[in-house]
Design a binder for this molecule. Structure first.
Ligand code: SF4
Length: 355
């Protein structure tokens, strides 16, 4: 795919409203809907334009998308256009068996549910509402019972990094297709003390790499582009310079090079066009601007795709093309989205040679 022309993934934060109050919420969600949210018609037009990119994966997220009464109309429109459509509801009383059945009937490809701990005690303390763990596990089980694919999502923080093995057991029990690990970016309600150090990232990568060899589900990262560098290094240690072939690493290479604004675009609940949900710098608004034009031609998206514009060690790194570092984390921690990813231990060869 040419990421200069089309994203692989389009995420629409259909609403900021949510009945949970998670400690690390990117969206700083709240119970009520914002009156400036995109209307149903604006949503339909947005979906039409997303289809004109070609065949990106369309994800409805929030907040909790189920807080929008028109959610199923929007999903039907998306599916009707031929878009592969995923949804990420929150595990609240709105996530009933009947609504999950309706996702399936409307043609949703996959439902993603966040679970941040191996048990109710850990997970519910993250999510701020008792009963959320049980509801999340019920939703995952019910979806699989009706043959709706599921994705298990975990935000990795210092609170749960030592429990990932136990969480992996829950992923296995839920029969999810994918375990998607989000790495904290200190934005929204995310707390700086929960952020992993660069060395802790490497420990988590080692765990992910080993489990991906044996797990019956795919393992994927968000905002940890340097996991691709880790996999490339481990692969070379274990197999020499032979090309990648193993299924366990297929997911990493399918997403190689994807990063904030490059293969990825995020539309906020009020229509702002961001390179990702963790990089809240707007390049336009779908109420007045063409999403396609902004993605392809805006100076923000263009410079984020320009690997020669990266600064610090990410600018000279030999893994730049497959990794490039998290632009969102660089921005959150330094105010400069072109700066190096401060949570990567790697010293590029060029820098090591001059040290
Ligand atoms: S230095 Fe930057 S580009 Fe290189 S592996 Fe680390 S995060 Fe990726």
């Amino acid at each position: 795919m040419d990421f200069n022309q089309s994203p692989l993934l389009v995420i629409w934060e259909a609403t900021q409203a949510c009945d949970l109050s998670c400690v690390h919420c990117r969206a700083s969600a709240m119970p009520g809907r914002n009156p400036d949210e995109l209307t149903t018609d604006e949503g339909f037009r947005l979906l039409d334009e997303i289809r004109s990119f070609g065949d990106p994966l369309m994800v409805f997220t929030g907040g909790d998308p189920l807080k929008r009464p028109d959610l199923f109309d929007l999903i039907r429109h998306s599916v009707g256009l031929g878009l592969r459509t995923n949804v990420t509801p929150s595990a609240t009383p709105l996530l009933t068996a009947s609504n999950i059945d309706k996702f399936k009937r409307c043609g949703v490809t996959r439902m993603a549910i966040s679970v941040d701990g191996p048990d109710a005690e850990t997970h519910d303390s993250f999510r701020g509402v008792p009963g959320t763990f049980d509801r999340a596990m019920f939703a995952l089980r019910h979806a699989r019972d009706i043959a709706l694919d599921t994705q298990f999502q975990t935000t990795v923080t210092r609170r749960n990094m030592n429990k990932l093995g136990q969480i992996a057991e829950r992923v296995y029990e839920s029969r999810s297709r994918m375990w998607s690990l989000f790495f904290l970016v200190v934005t929204g309600r995310a707390l700086a003390d929960d952020d992993l150090t660069a060395d802790e990232y490497e420990k988590v990568f080692e765990f992910m790499y080993e489990i991906s060899k044996i797990a019956p589900f795919d393992v994927k990262t968000t905002e940890a582009m340097h996991y691709r560098r880790y996999v490339a290094q481990r692969h070379r240690q274990e197999h020499g310079p032979a090309p990648e072939t193993a299924n366990t690493r297929g997911m990493v290479w399918r997403t190689a090079g994807v990063s904030d604004g490059k293969g990825f675009v995020f539309i906020s609940h009020t229509g702002e066009i961001f390179p990702s949900g963790f990089l809240p710098v707007s390049a336009g608004n779908v109420k007045t601007d063409s999403l396609v034009r902004v993605y392809r031609d805006s100076s923000l998206f263009r410079i984020l795709r320009d690997t020669t514009a990266r600064e610090g060690k990410c600018g000279v790194c030999e893994y730049q093309k497959i990794c490039g570092g998290s632009r969102a984390r660089a921005y959150a921690l330094s105010g400069n989205y072109l700066a190096e990813d401060p949570r990567c231990v790697y010293q590029p060869t060029l820098m090591a040679a001059h040290a």
